[in-house]
Design a protein around this ligand. Structure first.
Ligand SMILES: Cc1cc2nc3c(=O)[nH]c(=O)nc-3n(C[C@H](O)[C@H](O)[C@H](O)COP(=O)(O)O)c2cc1C
Length: 373
């Protein structure tokens, strides 16, 4: 009998930990700033995610693990009973369509503003160093303030907040959680030299700078099981000013250490993008192969994101450089992105003006592909 070896592509099913996914396509985490002011997800958010449930797996937008974690307004939370029950409505809609749902756990650290937080709170970080960027607040753009340096007790409480948020996420029906350790937010601020000047158990050398993230991942794993916990990282990115002189040494230590925890997957972002934008390159720029670098260090399932189209995604999966590929910006305007990519249908033009905030416009009002148009 003749046997054929099937070559995997974006639409080949995959087992990831306890999850059986119908394809290898994920929706990347994207902040859309449409939650209620107290962080409760809305019915419109459930519609938005349900419209995009053709993916094998959806990673939610960044979700605040505590009131203190909140840097931006209208970002959802997972630290009250109201949050938990409202997220349950989202996960039920997504699961009804055979799509897995992982919640991204976010703490913005120094990237935030007191005006965006509950009464009396102030952004906290490993060290009292401000970033020279501005933050959108109800009264317009304001400079990010100098954060309050966290005490040892603050740090331990925050690690516990991650664990507690994981428990709530699972109670809300999520298949797992993804710790947002990308893009220079709190875990990245601990990890890197430019943002962590501590000399205690949480800073000073690489092992101690990495400890916050590793301990947070371990606490989540102990709370909900290691196969329900993932991590997202952005090696070599300087977004939000978190960097180290030898970034490659940082991730050569961190990635295998996370690997020992037996997590659900590692999510890595290519050098094609910084935050939510394509990096503009000039000829001769030395562009890092972030996926290849990470693959060599990571023993488990690897998800890649950042500037992918169908061809590039198939190539990553065919060659085994990545097991899954996440799509971000194209999922905003194309709720039926998996179908469009499978059939080669054209994609809707991106409209960045609608990405954050406001209502249905640019959120739930994008139609699926209509061949008659
Ligand atoms: C509107 C918007 C919001 C985003 N919010 C997040 C976020 O909350 N967490 C995160 O890790 N990445 C966030 N990202 C980055 C995306 O997850 C993704 O890495 C990036 O868009 C590159 O993928 P793409 O080229 O497929 O768009 C955001 C991107 C966009 C466009």
């Amino acid at each position: 009998m003749e046997t054929t070896t099937e070559v995997a592509n974006l639409f080949t099913p995959i087992e990831v930990g306890p999850l059986s996914l119908r394809n290898r396509m994920a929706m990347a985490p994207m902040t859309r700033s449409r939650a209620m002011l107290d962080g409760t997800p809305t019915a419109m958010m459930a519609d938005y995610y349900a419209q995009r449930a053709g993916a094998g797996l959806i990673v939610s937008e960044g979700v605040n693990i505590s009131a203190e974690a909140q840097g931006f307004i209208h970002v959802p939370g997972i630290f009250t009973d109201a949050h938990t029950s409202a997220w349950r409505k989202v996960t039920e809609r997504v699961h009804a369509q055979n799509c897995a749902f992982v919640m991204q756990l976010w703490h913005t650290g120094r990237i935030g503003h007191p005006d965006n937080m509950g009464g009396g709170l102030h952004p906290v970080a490993p060290s009292a160093l401000a970033h020279d960027r501005t933050v959108v607040t109800p009264s317009g753009l304001q400079p990010a303030p100098v954060p309050r340096e966290m005490t040892d007790q603050d740090i331990r409480r925050t690690i516990d907040d991650y664990a507690q948020a994981s428990r709530r996420a699972i109670a809300a029906g999520c298949d797992g959680v993804e710790i947002h350790a990308a893009n220079g937010y709190l875990p990245g601020q601990f990890l890197h030299e430019s943002t962590n000047l501590r000399e205690d158990a949480w800073g000073g050398d690489l092992e101690r700078r990495a400890r916050f993230l590793i301990e947070s991942a371990r606490a989540c794993a102990e709370a909900v099981g290691s196969q329900r916990v993932a991590v997202r990282i952005t090696p070599f990115s300087v977004f939000n000013g978190a960097r180290s002189e030898d970034d490659s040494a940082v991730y050569r230590y961190l990635v295998p250490a996370l690997g020992e925890l037996g997590l659900l997957y590692l999510h890595v972002v290519t050098a094609e993008v910084a935050g939510n934008q394509t990096v503009v390159r000039t000829d001769g720029d030395d562009v890092r192969d972030v996926v290849g670098f990470t693959r060599a260090l990571w023993p488990g399932t690897l998800m890649a994101a950042g500037g992918y189209d169908r061809r590039k995604a198939d190539e990553e999966i065919r060659t085994g450089r990545a097991d899954m590929v996440a799509f971000g910006r194209d999922f905003i305007g194309n709720p039926d992105l998996p179908e469009r990519l499978a059939k080669g249908h054209p994609l809707t033009e991106r409209r960045p003006a609608d990405w954050y905030g406001a209502a249905e416009t640019g959120y739930t009002d994008y139609p699926s592909f209509d061949p008659r148009q």
